[in-house]
Design a protein around this ligand. Structure first.
Ligand code: AMP
Length: 962
């Protein structure tokens, strides 16, 4: 508040007097100066008194408080006085930019000054002993734009004394509200208006909404609006100031809240913290706000159990982690190393909440290892997400009625007869089968037939079209899965009649056999014709053949059940004649070569298409005779075709025809997508089931059975000469070797005219006496079995041919490869019997393999891995000798037991190191006994290190080794 009490600069415009008087209410002890005007008996009184210049500053209105006395008029007896006597005076104002006024200016009149109000006296005195003070206050709005104001007092006939004049303006005082400071603010220009003041945020706070406060005309503040909030790390006190958070307290938002204590598992040892730090091994996920406790990864899931298990699916459940790390956002991931891309996970492999997962499309009878990971929101940032897992292993069940070894037993232009095997538990009964067939790549729905036996004949098929066949079986346990697709192409049988591939129990086959018997007479006649032809050939005459297409006219089955005999093209004087007789000529224009797939002895082998106008395209392999080949090359090349052309068996490569009329000369055969068996096996090492491997052997054995029944001796049966199609059907191929043996032992290998004898695959009698028979093919087949089981390992590894011959001659036989069923190794050993007549026939081999396929449990017992195996007159395997005594017993030298014991030779390792000199020391001096013992020691050594070490130099005792 600011005012003026008789400051200097008061100016009188006439009539007013300055007097000193006592005013007890204001100043009881000292006289006060007062301005007095008292002209009650004069006429036209017009007395002016003016204040000094008052600077208005930023105020918009002023208050003028006047303390005065006024004498009552009625006391006068003269009526004229009474008439003009006043009991009021007038207050005027004059706005000015500067203090310019003087005695004359502004002019003393009520036009120049503007009147604020007529001021009456509330209390009037009558005697000077009884003077009463009046206080009147007037509000004066200011005209904006002026620096100052003068106030003037006009007396027009009163008896008035101005004791005090106070001029002031009102302000709202400094204040802090909502963490905003509002400085002192003058009130508005009239009494009804207010002034809005904008506040400033107190230190460490920031505005959340413009802080305003209204300054009312009476100098009070009205309701504040908006305001500020204490910054992060600060908390507010009474809306006035912001102070830092204490240690272990934090505030991470600008808000009007208090600082909070650090959440669980976190701390801060500084003041003014915005957030708290997690303890070691505790974390905060990026999605967690700072108010959340710190957490850690969960412990592993536990108690994994199998809820449901079939041959192709498993449902696993588990208990959630015992320690969830303080979080509720646990998720699970499942990793299965052995599961291929086909396996489906439900709900999904990663990031699911349920405590169970279902894996489907698994392989049957397969062991899988899965890892179930538990993760929560901090696993990833902890870097320990790979630590919280449980490992679990399970083995899927064997499929219900798993269909295996589907093969064609009969076919014609529009039908195929199939048989298959079913793998099932002993207590399962197959109720029925569904056989679904469809043209390969066809969009049409497949046709499904039902059968109650393991065979079916599909009819009304399209000739030369490839069909895809799937079979499933139903047992009392339910339906099994459909088998993998089996591909088959109905086509014209080679002899123009339906082809019978293998006599079996089906009615069709029995009927076929009856027909065969009925045709007996005709067959006999045809046989005679054939014999006549052959005798004509040996007579040097040309056979009577017409037209380019020649088929074998002998029916496949003879009354005796044997198949027609193969005719050796070398018996033809003109080998071209054999070509004409046993092959069909293909127009080169019908052959489309697509790519080179291999290199043969005579030229490239290509993949291509046979596009005959009347037939759909067929994939074929095309062997070409390279340019510049001699006539002899040409004949040798075509000889293979004339041999192949005589065969028609599902397990023997099929000759589609030859191109001989144009160059290059070509041999066209069915296409086998998986190429040669040895490379296929090596490429798929360990990938096939034992049943698949045995199924492949069965196919080869069946092809060889056919060939042996045709009296054809292959002489080069080896995995490299077997071809394999996409359904893993194996077919015997490579009829190219000239089979006449020439002995040439210079480099230790026997050679033929056409090249080296495949020593490792060849039976000893064939190597030694050129005695090639189906029985020697059986020996080779045993080696092929060994190749199949060992996924293409080289028989006898890197031994030299000489060592192989010698070892085999001495009774050494290939040991079982890894994971070799004992029954299979036994069958190999049977095929490697020295006495060829003791070897099984191919028909028996097919039966034995069929038996194993039908009862796969017989394949479960694995042969013991042994480094070397001896048969026939060989001593027992070294692995059988557990003690020196056993060994001495075995060689009938037990009398020397004590000699060995007292010399400290107590184990077989020591025996293996013994020399002839040692025997003298041991007291074994008889020459015959020394020889016997040393022979045995050397044999044992040979078993351990391989035959190449000592065999050629060994002195053998009679009857000990072969
Ligand atoms: P070959 O001259 O009969 O030994 O054939 C050489 C290579 O050509 C073989 O090792 C196979 O990889 C390939 N081959 C031969 N015949 C066929 C066929 N019919 N289907 C597919 N590939 C074949």
């Amino acid at each position: 508040m600011c005012g003026a009490r008789w400051r200097d600069g008061w100016t009188k415009g006439g009539g007013w007097n300055e007097v000193s008087t006592y005013v007890t209410e204001i100043s009881p002890t000292e006289p006060l100066k007062v301005f007095t005007s008292c002209y009650v008996s004069s006429r036209d009184v017009n007395n002016w008194l003016r204040s000094p210049f008052i600077e208005v500053g930023e105020s918009k209105s002023l208050w003028v408080e006047m303390i005065f006395t006024m004498r009552k008029c009625v006391k006068h007896s003269d009526p004229s006085i009474l008439q003009q006597c006043r009991e009021t005076f007038d207050l005027y104002q004059f706005h000015a930019d500067k203090d310019f006024a003087n005695d004359d200016m502004p002019k003393w009149d009520d036009i120049t000054y503007s009147r604020v109000d007529k001021i009456p006296a509330e209390t009037l005195y009558e005697s000077t002993n009884d003077i009463l003070l009046n206080t009147e206050t007037r509000f004066v709005p200011l005209t904006p734009g002026y620096r100052g104001i003068y106030f003037a007092f006009q007396d027009t006939g009163a008896c008035v004394s101005l004791v005090s004049i106070k001029v002031y303006y009102k302000v709202c005082p400094n204040t802090t509200q909502n963490y905003a400071f509002f400085s002192e603010t003058p009130t508005g220009k009239d009494q009804a208006s207010s002034v809005e003041k904008v506040g400033t945020c107190v230190p460490n706070s920031s505005k959340y909404q413009r802080p305003t406060y209204r300054c009312m005309s009476d100098g009070s503040w009205d309701i504040p609006l908006g305001g500020c909030q204490c910054n992060q790390g600060f908390e507010g006190v009474d809306g006035e100031k912001c102070v830092p958070c204490r240690r272990n307290y934090y505030k991470w938002l600008a808000s009007d809240t208090k600082c909070h204590q650090c959440p669980n598992n976190s701390f801060t040892d500084e003041e003014q913290s915005v957030e708290c730090t997690c303890y070691d091994k505790y974390f905060r996920a990026s999605t967690d706000d700072k108010s959340k406790p710190c957490t850690r990864p969960p412990s592993p899931p536990h108690n994994v159990v199998i809820d449901r298990l079939t041959d192709s699916m498993v449902k696993l459940s588990w208990q959630p982690p015992q320690d969830n790390g303080g979080r509720t956002d646990i998720q699970y991931n499942i990793v299965c190393d052995e599961c291929g891309d086909d396996v489906l996970y439900s709900p999904r492999p990663k990031g699911f909440n349920s405590t169970s997962v279902e894996l489907s499309r698994l392989e049957s009878s397969t062991t899988y290892t899965v890892y179930i990971y538990a993760e929560n929101g901090v696993s990833a940032i902890s870097g320990r997400e790979k630590e919280s897992f449980v490992q679990y292993q399970f083995t899927t069940k064997r499929s219900i009625a798993q269909i295996d070894n589907i093969h064609v037993v009969e076919y014609g232009e529009t039908f195929v007869s199939l048989v298959w095997e079913v793998l099932k538990d002993a207590d399962e009964n197959v109720i029925q089968y569904k056989v679904m067939h469809n043209l390969k790549n066809s969009q049409k729905p497949p046709v499904t037939n039902t059968t109650y036996t393991e065979s079916i004949t599909l009819r009304q098929l399209l000739k030369n079209q490839e069909y895809e066949i799937r079979i499933k079986g139903m047992t009392d346990k339910g339906w099994g899965e459909y088998s993998k697709p089996f591909l088959v192409t109905p086509r014209t049988p080679y002899n123009g009649k339906q082809d019978k591939i293998e006599p079996g129990p089906s009615i069709v086959i029995i009927v076929g056999s009856i027909i065969a018997v009925i045709l007996c007479m005709a067959i006999a006649a045809i046989m005679i014709i054939i014999l006549l032809k052959r005798s004509r050939r040996s007579d040097g005459k040309n056979p009577d053949i017409d037209g380019p297409y020649h088929h074998v006219t002998v029916p496949l089955f003879q009354p005796s059940g044997t198949i027609k005999s193969y005719v050796d093209p070398h018996t033809y004087e003109d080998p071209n004649q054999a070509v004409r007789e046993f092959t069909r000529e293909i127009d080169a224009q019908h052959i489309i070569i697509e790519s080179v797939i291999g290199g043969g002895e005579f030229g490239d082998v290509c993949k291509g298409k046979l596009r005959v106008p009347t037939r759909p395209d067929m994939s074929v392999a095309i062997k070409t005779l390279k340019a510049g080949a001699t006539d002899k090359n040409r004949l040798d090349f075509l000889t293979e075709a004339s041999i192949m052309g005589q065969f028609d068996d599902p397990n023997v490569i099929f000759l589609e025809g030859v191109v001989t009329k144009t160059n290059p000369i070509m041999i066209v055969t069915e296409y086998m997508a998986n190429g040669s068996l040895d490379s296929f096996l090596r490429k798929n090492d360990g990938q096939l089931t034992v049943i698949q491997l045995v199924g492949m052997m069965r196919g080869i054995a069946s092809g060889m059975k056919y060939l042996s029944e045709m009296n054809y001796v292959h002489r080069d049966l080896a995995a490299r000469n077997i071809l394999c199609n996409e359904s893993l059907v194996c077919k015997v191929a490579d009829f190219g070797l000239s089979r006449e043996v020439n002995i040439d032992t210079t480099d230790g290998a026997y050679t033929t005219k056409g090249g080296k004898i495949p020593v490792r695959w060849t039976a000893p009698e064939a190597i030694a006496f050129r005695k090639f028979t189906s029985a020697s093919d059986v020996w080779s087949f045993g080696v092929v079995m060994w190749e199949v089981i060992s996924y293409g390992e080289r028989p006898y590894w890197n031994w030299s041919n000489q060592d192989v011959i010698k070892a085999v001659e001495k009774g050494y036989r290939l040991p079982p490869p890894m994971e070799c069923p004992e029954a299979i190794h036994q069958l190999m050993l049977d095929t490697w019997q020295k006495e060829r007549n003791n070897r099984p026939k191919f028909a028996q081999i097919v039966k034995s393999l069929d038996k194993l396929i039908r009862a796969p449990e017989l394949l479960r017992k694995m042969a013991k891995p042994r480094p070397h195996v001896f048969i026939e007159n060989s001593p027992s395997d070294i692995t059988n000798f557990v003690s020196v005594e056993d060994w001495l017993n075995a060689i009938k030298m037990e009398r020397y037991r004590d000699n060995f014991v007292s010399a400290g030779v107590t184990n077989m390792d020591q025996v293996m190191r013994i020399t002839v000199k040692d025997l003298d020391t041991l007291g074994i001096t008889l020459l015959g006994h020394q020889k016997k013992i040393m022979n045995s020691v050397q044999t044992l050594r040979a078993q351990l290190v391989g035959p190449q070490v000592h065999l050629p130099h060994m002195q053998m005792s009679e009857g000990f080794l072969v």
